[in-house]
Design a protein around this ligand. Sequence first.
Ligand code: G
Ligand code: G
Ligand code: MN
Length: 512
Amino acid sequence: MPLTVRPRRNRSIRILVTLICGLLPFLLGTAILYMQAERSLQQSSQNTADEALRQFELMLDNTAQAAHELLPLAGQPCNDVKLALREQVTRRPFVRSTNLVWDNNLYCSSLFGDYQEAVNPGDYAQGKLWLMNGNPVTPNTALLVFRLSEGRGGALTTLDGYHLSNILRLIGRQTLLLLQVGDTWLSADGKVHEGPPPELPVAQSMLNSSRYAFSVSAGYPEGETWRYMLVEYPPLFSLLMFFGVVSGAIGHMVQKRSTSPSHEMLRALEAGEFIPYFQPVVHGDSKLWSGAEVLMRWNHPKEGLVRPDLFIPFAEHSGLIVPMTRALMRQTAALLGPISSTLPAPFHVGINITANHCQDLELVEDCREFLAAFVPGSIDLVLELTERELIEPTDVTRQLFDQLHALGVRIAIDDFGTGHSSLAYLRKFNVDFLKIDQSFVAMIGLDALSRHILDSIIELSAKLDLGIVAEGVETQAQSDYLTAHHHVNFLQGYLFGKPMPAADFINALNHH
Ligand code: G
Ligand code: G
Ligand code: MN
């Protein structure tokens, strides 16, 4: 089987999923907080604009009242009315100067008395309000002029820009705030600018006065939302971070758990981590190596060499045992096939097969492929079926065993004596070998009863014309007993050799 490299992608995907699990609560939470911060800022800029609008209207009320009181005096000689003009300036806190107009000519002023200056109504927004950048008395100082006119007469009262910029500064302490009158606008530093006011990047609120021709804009500079979040939400950020860590950890654990035994074994199968070990099987008479049992080992990247008792049960449960056995047979064929002509013929090759593998006829194809790798007649392929889980006789299994026999494949009952197969069973499946369980062999010389059982098994199999393989032969005495008394066909055990890697086995085989 082609060795596939252990897929690395899986690992980076796992790290990615953990990262996403960890970041998601943080990102979602931050998005929600961002929207919340925007709403708070919008609310606050709206309140600021409201408050400023109210203050400006109060001041203009004061200025407008002066104009209303003076308007009836328009047209009268300046000398007669200039005291009345000055009285308004003294009495009203937000009036800096007062003036009277006749036929668009400013002819009388609280400051200079008699005066001459043309008035252009087009300078005034809606004919009523003019935001000037100073006058000859105080150049470069903002001045808001209120104009009231009726017929040929008119009154102009002015409001000092100092009051206006003060309001912009005080109310807009945390906010950008500006006052717009017609095509000019006033910033908090008291400067008057021409043209449209700038856009305020964050949470802009613009309010038009319903009573006077001005509007107020409030808002925040670029990046204010993030600054606001950093100042207001640190405890919530810590909480989000905590949730992120918890959710990342949960994501990590859920993924770990999904790496179930069968998942891990599938990975190992794809990575070619299941490899064959070979235990020599010797001829009963000559004690020459004349075969091997193939035993699976898991060459785990972290755990090292894992014994089959620890993973075969999982493999059987998940059904993975079938592709695992197939891979083992392919590796065995690739290892022994090329040297098949040098093997002592016929070379006995035992492969352990589970009941799972006998559910359909695929096993026939597996064996055919296996045998095709060898010089014809050079090996005896023996499938070992453990007596502990016997196969139900059905149409399919009967067909299976018939076809296997037709291929020349032999059947052995493994661990014989530990289960409960009947004579009828042995006949039905045309069994060729019995592998006597090592527990009986171990009793030789110790226990008379076990030895009697051993004796009868061997006699029975001789009568049924079955071959015998004795397993677990560890001492010379056991070996002698089995061959001198009974002519057991094959022996297997530590006395002759332990299960070993292919290279060691082939090497040792050459020296025998
Ligand atoms: O050699 P050892 O300790 O490895 O074997 C332990 C058990 O695992 C034995 O019962 C043996 O039959 C079983 N075993 C070893 N290799 C395989 C195999 O490839 N398939 C199956 N089904 N069982 C195996
Ligand atoms: O069930 P099966 O026959 O497939 O299992 C063979 C098992 O027996 C393997 O685990 C193998 O390592 C073990 N084995 C083989 N020879 C000996 C032996 O001489 N002594 C002991 N204790 N175990 C053996
Ligand atoms: Mn076996």
